[in-house]
Structure formats: C-alpha cells, structure tokens
Design a protein around this ligand. Structure first.
Ligand code: PLP
Length: 353
C-alpha cells in the first residue's frame, strides 16, 4: 500500500511485525516471551508512589537515578549506561549512531528480525551470516572486515547461547567497529558480557527489563559500554526525544534493580519450568534446541509446524511460528507458568497421540 501523501521513504519501509497481542483473556499466551510472573510487588508500589502531582513535570531527561542504579548493579560508572524506551529504542539509536559505516554490518540470518528493519530505516548496508545446520552461530564467520556486528545472546528465536570467550573473539576481531550484544534473555541462564566492557571499548551490551524483570508493558531498556559509545547514544537521543523514559518507568526501573531477590526467584522458576518442559517435549518426540532463554525452539519430524500452531490455537494456546526457511518447521514456545505448561503439554499430547 502507498499514498501520494507519503514520502517516498515511508513507502519503502518494511516495518517489524510483533507477535499478536490478542484481547481474548482466556488464551494461554506463549508467543511473545513475556514473563508469566508479574513485576515485583515493590515495583508496583514504587509506580503507585510515583502517581502524583509530580506528573505535571517533565521527567529528569537523563534518568540519572536509574542509570546509577543500573551502574551500581553491574559495577560500572553512570556514564557507561544509557537508558531508553525499551531496548528496541536503544537498539534503534545504536544502529543510527554507531553502526552506520562504509562496510556492511553483520548479523545472523536467523536472529531478532528487528535488525534488518533498523537497517532499512537508517539505510545501513548489512550482510546476514548463516547459522550452521544445527542453528549454531560460528564466531569464525564474523572474522572479516565489517561495519559492525550485532549478536543476540542467547540468540532469538533459537535460544542458543554463546560463551563469553566466543563473544570476546568477535569483539577482538572487529576492534575498530562496534560489536553489539543484545542480551534480552541473558538472565535465563547466560553470563552477561558486561564484564568484558572494561577491556573492550568497542563492546556495547544491550539489555531490557521486558523479559526477566516482567516489565514489557512499561518499556525500559538500556545499554552498557565505554562512555564514548554511551555519549554517541545520548547525542542521538537528544536529537530525537529528550525524555524517553517517563516518571513511572524511572521509578519502576529503580525499584526493579533494588529487589534482586524477587528477580532471582522468578528467573529460577522460569529456568526450572523450561527444563521440565524440555523433558516432556522430548518424550513427545520433539527435537528441542538447547535453550538459555525463556522460550524453547522445537520441531517434530512427523508434524508440520504451521499446522501444529493452528491446532494449538484452536485449543486457545498461541505460540510463535516463523514461516521462514530454514526454520519454517520450528515453533517458538515461551515458558509460562507451571500450569500453562501443563495445558500446553496436554494439548500437544492430544494432537500427537
Ligand atoms: C524482546 C526483545 C527485544 C526488545 O525488548 P524491549 O526492551 O521490549 O524493546 C530486543 N531484542 C531481542 C532479541 C528481544 O527478544
């Protein structure tokens, strides 16, 4: 579709299509990797406290208190942390401010599908690097001249994790370009590359409060890296929207990092339920890619993925199916509550047996 009122540029955009957010309340929603547990009660009360006359005032533009909370949590300085309206926005500023150079940037052929959308938006040349047949990312494939590298770790939608040594190999191999590690799922079983920041001034680690901290509805993301990289992001942000995080989000973010016990508990519950689900899916004959995330990526040699997805939908369960080679026979299933996982396994058992 196009319109004579649009700019040429807008007519050529290829926007990202997020997973469905249906209004129907009785659905078992396992399609967008949200946390099945609510935010910490302390986060909810911090938001309630922030609902006051102060909302007539703009928020602090740099969200300094939140940046300090994140810096303290990860043992960094405040000027090594950037915050934004969801990590999607942080990534957008990163593509715009740090990844636009002469040579193409590199990312996997199967990874977060927002990356090519940003390339299109900001007119950044990119090349995709195929995963191997087991959907593993081979870091050696990134050892060539490039305009920057973007890695999701764990990768989405596969769930596979790279080791810190593998990340460091990529970071060292492109030392004159920025390497972005998108750690949206790192808290579900990986080790953050944030510990490498001191040694590598070209490493930018991006995280979000949407998944492991149950705050997808508030939109808080952040980046950590050398102060020079952070300043680039600040420059882009302050040329776009000086106040990306509102007062409620700032209050919630600070409270989320203060309540580490709640955070550790819900991550442990998701990991426990993932491992239990994997066992039951294997019993049903599924092939399951080892996952360090809050989802599993699975296929069944005898059942078509698109059809399975429709059959689950008929039973009020939604999972994510990407009709894209070479993963068109896979389903991505978000880890829900123990009870939701029981409903899922019962439904799959009925369909398959
Ligand atoms: C969910 C997700 C994001 C976006 O997170 P928001 O902070 O909610 O914008 C970024 N990267 C990956 C790989 C994701 O899965």
């Amino acid at each position: 579709m196009s319109s004579p009122l649009w700019s040429d540029f807008v007519g050529h955009l290829e926007p990202y299509v997020p997973g469905e957010q249906p209004g129907q309340a009785d659905l078992v929603k396992l399609n967008t990797n949200e946390n099945p547990y609510g935010p910490s009660p302390k986060v909810l009360s911090a938001i309630k406290d922030a609902v006051s006359d102060e909302l007539r005032l703009y928020p602090p533009p740099g969200a300094d208190e939140l940046r300090t909370a994140i810096a303290d949590y990860y043992d960094l300085q405040q000027n090594q942390v950037f915050v934004g309206n969801g990590s999607d926005e942080v990534l957008a500023h990163t593509f715009n401010g740090l990844l636009d150079h002469e040579l193409p940037i590199l990312f996997a052929d199967i990874t977060y599908s927002f990356y090519p959308v940003y390339c299109n938006l900001y007119q950044i040349d990119h090349e995709t690097v195929p995963l191997d047949d087991a959907l593993c990312l081979r870091v050696a494939d990134y050892a060539r001249p490039n305009g920057g590298v973007v890695l999701a770790n764990p990768n989405a939608p596969t769930g596979r994790l790279l080791t810190l040594a593998e990340i460091e190999t990529v970071v060292e191999g492109s030392s004159d370009r920025v390497v972005v590690v998108d750690e949206a799922y790192i808290d579900f079983g990986g080790e953050s590359a944030v510990s490498l920041i001191e040694r590598h001034r070209n490493l930018l680690v991006v995280q979000t409060l949407s998944k492991s901290r149950s705050l997808a509805g508030l939109r808080i993301g952040f980046a950590m890296g050398d102060s020079e990289l952070i300043e680039a992001l600040e420059r882009v942000k302050n040329s776009f929207n000086s106040y990306p995080l509102d007062r409620l989000a700032i209050a919630a973010g600070i409270a989320a990092f203060a309540d580490d016990e709640y955070f550790q508990n819900i991550c442990a519950a998701v990991i426990r339920d993932r491992e239990a689900l994997v066992v039951r899916l294997l019993e049903l004959g599924f092939e399951v890619i080892p996952s360090a995330a809050n989802f599993v990526f699975v296929r069944h040699s005898q059942y078509d993925a698109a059809k399975l997805s429709r059959q689950l939908r008929d039973k009020n369960i939604i999972v994510r199916h990407f009709a894209q080679a070479p993963v068109a026979q896979y389903l991505r299933i978000t880890i829900g509550t123990e009870q939701q996982m029981n409903v899922l396994v019962d439904a799959l058992t009925t369909i398959i047996r």
